[in-house]
Structures are given as structure tokens and as C-alpha cells.
Design a protein around this ligand. Structure first.
Ligand code: ADP
Ligand code: 5GP
Length: 210
């Protein structure tokens, strides 16, 4: 474990549980957080911009990037390919934190490369609320909503691999819990070893009384 570089935080959930909403709120409240922009073969939603939410690419381009070993991890989710490019981590060295919004397969792969990464799984308060939120987003057709709702149960079955579980009931309260997780993780001894060692070195400097 190292205290160098950004704190890597993985945020996963069944589709519609609120990870985009909570991630946005976390970034509003903690300065200098970077969002890892994944590549995907799915079509952009009307509110999405290429390069902001995702790099939207064709399946051919995605497969070429796999061949070039550009991805730290990738997976097929809901019939589309999604992947985190190595570049996302390499260019985030000066950030305080780097957020990955990825599924359980990606979370497992990132953890195997960076065991110090912190993973948070967002849960809806109930399955009926999840269904309402999926419909409320109104950016997908009914078949997509149904497919994602059916996939949600399978996704929730993977909760055991995550470090933290966060029920997204009241939005403000869930946001405060997510910020608290981030802040507490920043205080881990392993991440704070460098400042502690700095104080000890200062104490040993010539001219200092012991
Ligand atoms: P995800 O990124 O996990 O697919 P979104 O963040 O897009 O989910 O949220 C799905 C929908 O639920 C959105 O319309 C969002 O505004 C709404 N939503 C998210 N969190 C809450 C909450 N705590 N209470 C009520 N609605 C919420
Ligand atoms: P959406 O299409 O709703 O944006 O995302 C669908 C699912 O793909 C979500 O569970 C999201 O976390 C996941 N996802 C997004 N980007 C990546 C990625 O780079 N890798 C993996 N493994 N999953 C991703």
C-alpha cells in the first residue's frame, strides 16, 4: 500500500440506484477529484457528451484498443463493452482522488491491480424504488429499463466483494455518508505515513533539541 498518488475509489451499483448522482455530489464537495472517463460501445444519452461521461466508440475501435492492451480493465455489461483505459490512472497523478464508476467485474479487476483501491456499492432502498428510478430517468426505452431491472438482482448478488455498502435512501444523507467514507479513507495510517515520517525527520534535523 502506498500513500502516493490519488485515492482510488470505485463506485458500483445496479443501474438506477444513484451512483451518477452521488458521484457528482461527491465531486461538488471534495476538491480536486477526478472522474475516470471510461470507453463504451453504448450509444450516448441525450444529456451525455463525448469525453465527459464516456468516450463513445464503435465496437471495432473498442476491440482494437483491447488488442493494443490499452485497458486496465474491461467488461461486457448490458450487451455493451465498457472499459477503463490505463491513461485514466496515468494522467490523474496530481488528483486527490480518482473515481471509477464501473460494474462488479471491473471493480474486481481494479482491486486485483490496486488492492488499496476503496470500493463502495450503492444499494437502492427497495426494488420498487429502483424500478421507479430507472423509469424516472426517462432516457431509455421500456425494453432497456426491463433488462436493467432484471440485471439489478444479479448485480446486487455481488455486494460481498465491496468494502462499503451505502443505501441511497435520502439523497443528502447518502451524500454525507459517501463524503465521510472518502475522508475516513484519506486518514488511513498507510496514506498518512509520509506526513508522519516528515515530522520525525524534522525532529531529527540538526540544531533541533531532542
Ligand atoms: P445510476 O448512475 O446508478 O444508474 P442515477 O444517478 O442516474 O443512477 O439515478 C437514477 C435516477 O434516480 C435519476 O433520475 C436520479 O435523479 C434519481 N435519484 C438518485 N438518487 C436519488 C435519491 N436518493 N432519491 C431520489 N431520487 C434519486
Ligand atoms: P451506464 O450504461 O448506465 O452508464 O453503465 C452501465 C454499467 O456499466 C454500470 O454498472 C457502470 O458502472 C458500468 N461501467 C461503466 N464504465 C465501466 C468501465 O469502464 N468498466 C466496467 N467494467 N464497467 C463500467
Amino acid at each position: 500500500m502506498s500513500n502516493d498518488g490519488p485515492l482510488l475509489i470505485i463506485i458500483s451499483s445496479p443501474s438506477g440506484a444513484g451512483k451518477t448522482t452521488l458521484t457528482t455530489r461527491l465531486r461538488e464537495r471534495v476538491a480536486n477529484l477526478r472522474f475516470s472517463v471510461s470507453h463504451t460501445t453504448r450509444r450516448a444519452r441525450p444529456s451525455e457528451q463525448d469525453g465527459r461521461e464516456y468516450h463513445f466508440v464503435s465496437r471495432e475501435t473498442f476491440e482494437r484498443l483491447i488488442q493494443l492492451d490499452e485497458f486496465l480493465e474491461y467488461a461486457e455489461v448490458h450487451g455493451n463493452l465498457y472499459g477503463t483505459s490505463r491513461r485514466e490512472v496515468e494522467t490523474a497523478k496530481d488528483a486527490r482522488g480518482l473515481i471509477f464508476d464501473i460494474d462488479h467485474q471491473g471493480a474486481r479487476q481494479i482491486k486485483s491491480v490496486y488492492p488499496e483501491a476503496v470500493s463502495v456499492f450503492i444499494l437502492p432502498p427497495s426494488m420498487s424504488v429502483l424500478e421507479q428510478r430507472l423509469r424516472g430517468r426517462a432516457s431509455e426505452d421500456e425494453a432497456t429499463v426491463q433488462r436493467r431491472f432484471a440485471a439489478a438482482k444479479l448485480e446486487i448478488g455481488h455486494y460481498g466483494q465491496f468494502d462499503y455498502l451505502l443505501v441511497n435512501d435520502d439523497l443528502e444523507d447518502a451524500t454525507v455518508r459517501l463524503v465521510s467514507i472518502f475522508r475516513a479513507e484519506e486518514c488511513r495510517r498507510q496514506r498518512m505515513a509520509r506526513p508522519a515520517e516528515g515530522l520525525l525527520a524534522e525532529g531529527r534535523a540538526p540544531g533541533r533539541t531532542p
